[in-house]
Design a protein around this ligand. Structure first.
Ligand code: H53
Length: 798
């Protein structure tokens, strides 16, 4: 069906839709229009869009991730199908605006933050580049909670039933169902082969969401949902053990009910381990089934397939593939291991100790008795290898670092490093730390295994769709399609100083700021000053990301303005958005403190048009799409060495925000590409933090030696921002003064100076615009198309 055919088909469907409801198209609501367009375009995709690209020089990618934060699909799909303009025209004929209609779609929130969003960008790029791929994830009934803010500024959480009654973008694939076992017993058969008799099983239903590439192909994101075929465990039921029988049904339906709301933090709950295994068992079985169905042998698996592990969350896929090969396909241990270690690749996304997953050995043994045997055997073999390759003097230290099991904990990152043929970090500085600080012994043991692939973001969603005004300007001045080749952005570099182009670029930003101002007005009833600097920090709330450093500067600015109102102050609107894990007390307290400060400042008439603080609730992909194009300043202020990469930093910089950041994650590369003079870098480095800690870091000394800092913290403590309540922020204050693990106080003075530099630069409109234009022009490298090409050439190559 061509696009003209689509229009004819759409006209017919519209007529039918209206006839069934006895209304005219003019009477359709936006929601009805949305339903109609979504359904029709879904049929169009499934029936007419090419799939199964030929395998070229890379293998097929099976991208295993517990999270895919895909965002709204309809607008993106229409754009990628090149149907956007024609649908816009059709609805305009009936007096409707396509943008309003698209607002009806609810974001599927099947992820927490950066990790899940990255997976979504990579699916988009793989479909665009015709890289054969399937995304494998879980079909959570409830996505990430919806956030609202209570009367005293605290975060409130509500379940997110994202599918409601209608989600046309997915279809159930009954033919792909799987059965997954848990618990039970293992019996030795012979040699390396065992029989596993699970105590109970859970079935996996597959839901496919077609991912449509830009002028490219469609391929599935396959999401598994748990259900129980037999309502009861019949044997137990017949035994009279009713309760236990019922329990199994509950387990099956509960399994994929909800996404764990932690980002960069492991909770260690049995249900989460069950989710992980369920995800891996369904996916690995599906991969092997497809491979064999094409008439290929198991030995050929690594030649045609790669299983990319997105963090350690799907690590249990390694022993699962071993189990299938050994116990179901009767390969020898050596054959099976050879296949495994050439099939898996592992991406590490974090160095934070609390996020590096470890599972209790006994819990694994109870739920997955066959897998623990395999892991123990792998551990034994690794032991022999380490013993053989390192000197007796080094052995103890090396084994301490490399063992798969230590103190009855199974270390999933170690399992991944051992089981993968390639390990990569997600930005250069992070990859260096992975090899040199986290796994130095492994780097010596497995030479050539460690790589870097710097993250990227899809320009389709994050420029073309989110920022139509900028896109039009780029279309006008760039030859060829920058949407498919982001390096073409370099063509605007010669225009950076051109005053006409500067004005046009500035108009785009102003327009976007006004649109965001309208949204703020509608959501919060606050009128913001569009001539002020829009200073944006949007991301998950985590102490290492240091939203409280931002807050301390805001308080210090407020106090300075109160003390000296006549000063030359460049107006600022500080904009925050992000969620805290419901169980993360300190992160929630930081949210509450931001809202407390916002409440005081926004109600102070002397601050009007000078200083404003906005917290936009319920951060999600569709909200990010509205904030990012309007940002002037991008806050990337994590403690050096803690943010693996960041991807919001790339989206903001590409949309013309100046990065105000530490030398952390991808900020380092953004600064290199944009040019040091077009970013503002401040604060301690990875090296200087090591030094600071070695000397014994005492945060209170900074508090005592810096009056601005002292007054800011005192104001948080003394109830200024909490209606006189001196207990509300006590934990936060106490932590800053007595622990401050993330060295907020140590970076305060440098951050304040950096903020002053931003203000000074903003006053010179011409040089500011030149810098922002150069950010857009020079950051083509941060397209996820480039990341995928790096994966192809460095990792997925045959
Ligand atoms: O992954 C992003 C990085 C970011 C990192 C994030 C991440 C999660 O969102 C969750 C778990 C995890 O281990 C890492 O924090 O720096 O940009 C994508 O690589």
């Amino acid at each position: 069906m061509s696009s003209a055919d689509f229009q004819t088909h759409f006209a017919l469907t519209l007529q039918q839709f209206c006839e069934e409801r006895f209304i005219t198209p003019e009477q359709l609501s936006d929601l009805q229009w949305y339903q109609l367009i979504a359904q029709t375009s879904q049929q169009y995709i499934l029936q007419n869009f090419p799939k199964n690209p030929p395998l070229a020089y890379t293998r097929k990618v099976n991208y295993l991730s517990m999270e895919f934060l895909i965002g709204r699909l309809l607008g993106n799909n229409l754009m990628n199908l090149e149907l956007y303009d024609s649908v816009e025209q059709i609805v305009a004929k009936y007096g409707k605006c396509l943008m309003d209609i698209l607002e009806q779609e609810r974001d599927p929130a099947l992820g927490n933050g950066g990790l899940g969003r990255l997976a979504a960008c990579y699916l988009d790029s793989m479909a665009t580049l015709s890289q054969p791929a399937i995304g494998y994830g879980l079909h959570y009934q409830y996505g990430l909670f919806r956030q609202s803010i209570g009367w005293s500024g605290e975060q409130r959480e509500e379940g997110d039933y994202w599918q409601r009654d209608f989600y046309p973008q997915q279809h159930h694939r009954a033919d792909l169902a799987q059965t997954v076992g848990f618990g039970g017993e293992v019996q030795h058969r012979e040699g390396d082969h065992y029989d596993w008799q699970p105590e109970w099983t859970i079935s996996g239903k597959a839901f496919d969401l077609p991912v449509v590439g830009y002028k490219g192909i469609q391929q599935p994101l396959r999401l598994w949902q748990g259900y129980s075929e037999t309502a009861f465990h019949l044997e137990k039921f017949n035994d009279g053990n009713y309760l236990q029988a019922e329990q199994n049904t509950i387990n099956a339906t509960k399994l994929t009910k909800v996404l764990y709301p932690n980002d960069n933090h492991q909770h260690g709950k049995a249900l989460r381990l069950m989710q992980q295994y369920f995800h891996c068992a369904c996916s690995v079985a599906d991969i092997v089934r497809q491979h064999l169905a094409q008439g290929r042998t198991l030995e050929q698996l690594p030649e045609f397939e790669v299983i990319q592990l997105n963090d350690t969350h799907p690590a249990i896929a390694i022993p699962e593939l071993m189990r299938l090969l050994l116990d179901q396909h009767h390969l020898s241990w050596e054959q099976a291991w050879d296949i495994c270690r050439h099939t898996f690749a592992y991406t590490n996304h974090t160095l934070l100790p609390e996020a590096l997953e470890q599972w209790d050995q006994h819990l694994i043994a109870k739920l997955l008795p066959r897998h623990i045997l395999i892991i123990e055997q792998l551990n034994h073999e690794l032991y022999q290898q380490v013993k053989a390759e390192f000197s007796p003097q080094e052995f103890a230290q090396v084994w301490q670092e490399t063992a798969l099991i230590m103190h009855s904990r199974v270390r999933m990152a170690n399992l991944c490093v051992v089981g993968a043929f390639a390990v990569n970090g997600v930005a250069q500085i992070h990859s260096d730390l992975v090899a040199n600080d986290l796994f130095p012994a492994y780097a010596r043991l497995f030479k050539g295994k460690f790589h870097n692939v710097t993250n990227g973001v899809t320009p389709r969603r994050w420029i073309r769709q989110a920022n139509p005004a900028l896109s039009q300007l780029l279309d006008k001045h760039i030859q060829g399609d920058w949407t498919q080749d982001l390096d073409r952005l370099a063509q605007i570099e010669p225009l950076a100083k051109n005053s006409e182009f500067q004005t046009a670029y500035d108009n785009v930003k102003q327009k976007n700021k006004q649109a965001l101002a309208q949204l703020i007005q509608a959501e919060l009833g606050i009128e913001v000053n569009c001539n002020a600097i829009f200073d944006v920090q949007i991301k998950r709330f985590h102490e290492y990301k240091r939203q409280h450093l931002n807050l301390l500067n805001i308080i210090a600015s407020y106090q300075s303005l109160k003390a000296n109102p006549a000063q030359n102050f460049v107006p600022r609107v500080f904009i925050f958005s992000g969620k805290a894990a419901p169980g993360y007390f300190m992160a929630k307290q930081i949210i509450q403190a931001i809202n407390g400060v916002a409440n005081v400042i926004n109600h102070d008439p002397t601050m009007k048009n000078r200083l404003q603080v906005i917290f936009l609730p319920d951060y999600r992909v569709s909200l990010a799409e509205k904030i990012i194009p309007a940002a002037d300043v991008s806050e990337q202020i994590s403690l050096a060495g803690k943010e693996a990469s960041g991807t919001g930093n790339m989206k903001l910089a590409l949309n013309g925000a100046i990065t105000l950041g530490t030398l952390d994650g991808a900020n380092v590369e953004i600064a290199d590409y944009a040019g040091q003079e077009n970013v503002v870098i401040f604060g301690h480095t990875v090296e200087s933090i090591k030094q600071l800690r070695a000397n014994g870091y005492i945060s209170k000394q900074y508090y005592e030696n810096n009056l601005e800092l002292k007054h800011a913290i005192d104001a948080l403590a003394n109830g200024t921002f909490s209606n006189g309540d001196t207990t509300r922020f006590a934990s936060l204050v106490n932590d800053m003064l007595n622990h401050d693990y993330f060295c907020v106080l140590a970076d305060f003075a440098a951050y304040r100076q950096a903020q002053a530099q931003i203000a000074a630069r903003y006053q010179n409109k011409t040089t500011w615009l030149e810098s922002t234009i150069l950010n857009t022009a020079r950051l083509g490298k941060f397209s996820s198309d480039r990341s995928i090409r790096d994966y192809q050439t460095r990792i997925w190559k045959k």
